[in-house]
Design a protein. Structure first.
Ligand SMILES: Cc1cc2nc3c(=O)[nH]c(=O)nc-3n(C[C@H](O)[C@H](O)[C@H](O)COP(=O)(O)OP(=O)(O)OC[C@H]3O[C@@H](n4cnc5c(N)ncnc54)[C@H](O)[C@@H]3O)c2cc1C
Length: 474
């Protein structure tokens, strides 16, 4: 059996998507690599995600007759970020996206039919099954010489050279024992966000303190803390928001139970309306699920129901899983009835009000003007709203949850961590959700997995290529 190493070229902390990409890229560049994972399993948030990657101007889009361009994608990213992102990081994403997409496919990741999601002006979601995505990459990790991965191995602190100028390794707690692991070339932080840290949610987004947290179970901001301790700058902390569309698995019981998984479903981008406990609409359902998330938190009990008909159910698809309405119907989380009165009764809404809401909405769709909330499209400016009038009808009780935090360590285009003085910290890299500066004040669906893969690869490659300062002391 392999014993835990004392020293490798590159240490990667966190075995989600960014960590797998960083570790593989570093090993493929010839470095010896240790991939550390704090929990008992690989995958983090990545393995429970929707599985959607945002890429523009791809062969898959062209084959589906979708006209897109990198410029349009760049505009969408800036628009969603509300101008708060680092334009250089966006350009780096665009420049490397096709290579990353191809690299993932070459490593066995299967992409499904392109689809529409939140904040994209054309269908740009390249769906994967997240379990297949991570299993394919993990099989590569297991098979790559010079790359070892360690579960139950929590990095706790970064080690530095005596003058503090260079990161030289990490301390790791494994089986209750602290070990020192030297990194001869670099350390890559890929510890994900902090959705599971009540302390950080309270610090950066107190309004989300009562929202369910569904990110990876080990996502408690450890990388942020380790970077901070060395003076790393932190970006986008003011923009942590919840995500709308998360199942309430045992409705009307609002609490989750041990073993529950979150189901993120978005029938609204297929034409569903969203109503509150008064059976009334409260938003333009085409807006981003982040905006809908904030609006839902303001509704009674933070509950909002997606209401749709058979036409929309017929569009159910297994990938991206946000469109897998049938799967969630089979689990009993979507309720079904032949008429609206009976549908309302399945979740305790007032039937007459729900009927009136639908009647009004359908009249608005027929007239081409949504007089209540100005909905013009299915989502992100794409597609036309449809009347909801074909029985049977469906209703999905859902809420807003903290899935991802999308803020964190400042990095440059080489994925080097940058300190509060704007200087890169020698030997320290970061990628994925542990980093800030890319999403700014908003979020384009699919860009988090895209970012994890693209910058994970950049970080791994650059760490592997780095020459440590000569004569450094451990
Ligand atoms: C339900 C859900 C749906 C989503 N859907 C999408 C989607 O469709 N498209 C999209 O782009 N984004 C989506 N996201 C967001 C996206 O999944 C994440 O932003 C992305 O997976 C982050 O990848 P990562 O590798 O940075 O982090 P993660 O995949 O979260 O991996 C981080 C890993 O680091 C480990 N770790 C933490 N601390 C330590 C430590 N001290 N030592 C060792 N290991 C540590 C964690 O246990 C974890 O395994 C979704 C998120 C959720 C929760």
């Amino acid at each position: 059996m392999l014993s835990f190493p004392d020293s490798v070229d590159v240490v990667v902390i966190g075995a989600g998507l960014a960590g797998h990409c960083a570790a593989l890229a570093a090993a493929e560049a010839g470095a010896s690599v240790a991939l550390l994972e704090k929990t008992g399993r690989y995958g983090g948030s990545s393995i429970t995600a929707g599985g959607s990657f945002a890429f523009s101007n791809t062969e898959a889009q062209r084959a589906a007759g979708i006209q897109d361009s990198d410029e349009l994608f760049e505009q969408d990213l800036h628009k969603a970020a509300n101008g708060k992102c680092d334009p250089q990081l966006i350009r780096t994403y665009l420049r490397h996206q096709h290579a990353a997409h191809a690299w993932l496919m070459e490593r066995g990741v299967e992409f499904h039919k392109v689809s529409l999601s939140s904040s994209t002006s054309v269908p740009r979601t390249h769906p994967t099954n997240p379990k297949q995505l991570m299993a394919a990459l993990h099989a590569r990790v297991e098979a790559t010489p010079g790359l070892s991965w360690w579960s139950g191995a929590a990095a706790t602190r970064l080690m530095t050279s005596q003058d503090g100028g260079e990161v030289t390794g990490v301390t790791v707690v494994r089986d209750g024992v602290e070990k020192k692991l030297q990194a001869k070339r670099g350390v890559v932080i890929t510890t994900g966000g902090f959705s599971r840290s009540p302390r950080f949610i309270e610090k950066f987004a107190p309004e989300l303190a009562t929202a369910p947290a569904w990110g990876g179970e080990g996502n408690t901001g450890d990388g942020l803390i380790m970077g901070w301790a060395l003076g790393a700058d932190v970006l986008d902390t003011g923009y942590v928001t919840g995500t709308y569309g998360i199942s309430i698995n045992h409705y009307p019981d609002l609490k989750s139970r041990p073993g529950d998984e979150p189901y993120l479903r978005m029938a609204n981008y297929r034409g569903a309306i969203v109503v509150n406990l008064d059976a009334k609409r409260f938003a333009d359902e085409s807006v981003s699920y982040k905006k809908l998330g904030t609006l839902t938190l303001a509704q009674t009990n933070a509950v909002a129901f997606q209401v749709f008909d058979q036409k929309i159910m017929d569009q159910s698809a297994v990938a991206p899983n946000i469109n897998d309405f049938k799967g969630v119907l089979e689990l009993g989380m979507i309720r079904k009835a032949d008429d609206l009165q009976a549908l309302a009764a399945t979740v305790g809404l007032d039937g007459a009000t729900l009927e009136a809401t639908l009647k009004n909405y359908n009249a608005n769709v027929a007239s081409g003007v949504d007089r209540e909330f100005g909905r013009e499209t299915l989502g992100g400016g794409f597609g036309k709203p449809v009347e909801i009038n074909t029985p049977p009808f469906y209703i999905f009780p859902c809420t807003t949850a903290v899935l991802s935090t999308y803020c964190g360590l400042r990095t440059d285009t080489d994925a080097r961590v940058v300190n509060v003085f704007g200087e890169s910290i020698a030997g320290l890299y970061a990628a994925g959700e542990a980093t800030g500066g890319f999403h700014g004040a908003g979020y384009v669906s699919g860009s988090a997995l895209g970012k994890a893969a693209i910058f994970g690869r950049i970080a791994g490659r650059n760490a592997a290529a780095r020459v440590a300062a000569t004569g450094r002391q451990q």
